[in-house]
Structure formats: structure tokens, C-alpha cells
Ligand binder design. Structure first.
Ligand code: HPA
Length: 270
């Protein structure tokens, strides 16, 4: 844990109180409104020295700490992507701060393109595993042996079961699938999509994987849900664009919020 993270955690505690958040939440494109549902203290990333700029439209670069469904949560309303800076570890400091604050669990959300007709735009996918199709790793340069992070069950089985139960209790379809990380920022070609699909992926996106690697490095338990905003390149006639992603994300966002709220309500049993 870096000195900076401990210092920032102290700064956050001064503003938001000492109670440790149980769960950290990272909100993906078009899902930033969930931060507003939290009854608590909001701190702009610009007030947290070293936090990434997180300049992608559709994100809400604030750390919000407070209560959601009776659980203390810490919401990262914006994420920095590798493609913004060329740094695979762009989210390391925010995750270290969550860890320093005492969070044990990290829930990640993102927008993704689906390969599966049975998981169409507007639906959600529970990430069961990932393929790092970028060739990058956020732990490159980490000098300690802790860098050799095992990635078995990176998406925590108990958390996944609890999220599936929460979805089922809410009557919301939640299929499990494999997420492939493609660096972006250009979208994939149809040939790339055919390649990743052949390799076993069910959806593709430009985030989450480096954060999960960093979170496992820090010892956080992870779970992640994709909001499907489009069929991936070459799989439908629909044009793919960031505007389209932002316009479609709210379709799944309501369902995602219901699942997360129920999950948090039932959390003590996890
Ligand atoms: N590809 C990569 N990232 C995405 C997509 C996609 O099709 N849709 C939403 N985010």
C-alpha cells in the first residue's frame, strides 16, 4: 500500500467519517447516477491528489461514501481507462484507497458489446471470468513477489452466487459469461470479434480487467456485471459508437441498480 493511499484515506475519513466501507463500487459508462442514490459524502477526484482525471464522458468522477441499502459503500463514480493515458495501472491509487479505508469487496460495472444473441442490448451479464486480450498488465513494474497474483476465481464464486440470487429474486435475467478486455479506444473490427469469440469470450469491453487484477493484488474480493449496450462489431446492422453506448446503458442500469440494492440488503449472508 502506498503512502499516498494511506494519506488519501485519512483525508477521506476526515470528510466522510471513520466507519469503513464494506463494499467498493465502480460505475461504468452511463451508470454514474447510482452514485447519487448513496446517502453520504461526495468528494471530487480533483480534491484527491493523484486520482486519475477520468475524463470519459458518461462517467462521474467522484468518490461517494455513505449508505446504500443499509451498507456502507464507497462508490467510484468514474474510472480511468488504459486508453486515456497508456497506463494500465490508472486505477491503482483509487483501489488502494478503498482498501486502506477498509473495503473488502469490490463490485464493478461496465458497458459491453455482446457476442450472444441470448444476451441482447439492454440485458446484463455476470462476469464469470475474463480474457485479457490487450496483452497489458497493470502489475508490470510492481517490484514485489505479490505481483504473481493467482487469477483462479478472480470473480468470487460466493459473490456471484449472491448476485445471481439477487437477480432471480428481482425477476431479472442475469446470464453468466466471459468478458474480454480489448484496450480501445477504437472499437473492435468484426475479425477481432470473431477471433475473441472463437477464444471463448461472450462479451467485450475496454475496462474492468485491469481493475480486477489490481483488486486481486490488493486482496479485494471481486464481482462484476456488464450492461450490454450493443451486439459486438459485425454481429448486427446497428452502428457502434460511444454515443450509442451512453444512450443504451440506461436500459440496463435500472435492472442493475435493483440487483445491487437487493444484493446489498442481503449482504450479511454472503
Ligand atoms: N466494444 C468495446 N467496448 C464496448 C462495446 C463494444 O462493442 N460496447 C460497449 N463498450
Amino acid at each position: 500500500m502506498s503512502r499516498n493511499a494511506e494519506d488519501l484515506a485519512a483525508l477521506v475519513r476526515e470528510r466522510a467519517g471513520d466507519a469503513p466501507p464494506k463494499v467498493g463500487l465502480i460505475l461504468g459508462s452511463g451508470l454514474g447516477h447510482l452514485a447519487e442514490a448513496v446517502n453520504g459524502v461526495s468528494i471530487d477526484y480533483t480534491d484527491l491528489p493523484g486520482f486519475p482525471h477520468a475524463g470519459v464522458s458518461g462517467h462521474n468522477p467522484k468518490l461517494v461514501i455513505g449508505d446504500l441499502e443499509g451498507q456502507r459503500v464507497a462508490v467510484l463514480g468514474g474510472r480511468a481507462h488504459y486508453y486515456e493515458s497508456g497506463r494500465g495501472d490508472a486505477m491503482r491509487l483509487p483501489l488502494e484507497v478503498l482498501k486502506a479505508l477498509g473495503a473488502g469487496t469490490l463490485l464493478l460495472t461496465n458497458a459491453a458489446g455482446s457476442f450472444r444473441p441470448d444476451i441482447p442490448p439492454g440485458d446484463l451479464m455476470l462476469i464469470a471470468d475474463h480474457i485479457n486480450f490487450s496483452g497489458l498488465n497493470p502489475l508490470i513494474g510492481e517490484p514485489t513477489d505479490a505481483r504473481f497474483v493467482p487469477m483462479m476465481d478472480a470473480y468470487d464464486p460466493a459473490l456471484r452466487t449472491a448476485l445471481l440470487q439477487a437477480a432471480s429474486d428481482e425477476g431479472i435475467a442475469l446470464a453468466g459469461g466471459v468478458y474480454a478486455w480489448y484496450s480501445g479506444p477504437s472499437f473492435e473490427t468484426p475479425a477481432e470479434i470473431r477471433a475473441i469469440r472463437t477464444l471463448g469470450a461472450d462479451a467485450v469491453g475496454m475496462s474492468t480487467v485491469p481493475e480486477v487484477i489490481l483488486a486481486r493484488f490488493l486482496g479485494l474480493r471481486c464481482a462484476a456485471i456488464s450492461t450490454i449496450t450493443n451486439m459486438a462489431a459485425g454481429l448486427s446492422e446497428e452502428a457502434i459508437s460511444h454515443e450509442h453506448t451512453k444512450a443504451m446503458a440506461p436500459l440496463g442500469a435500472g435492472k442493475l441498480e435493483r440487483i445491487l440494492r437487493r444484493f446489498l440488503r442481503e449482504m450479511p449472508q454472503v
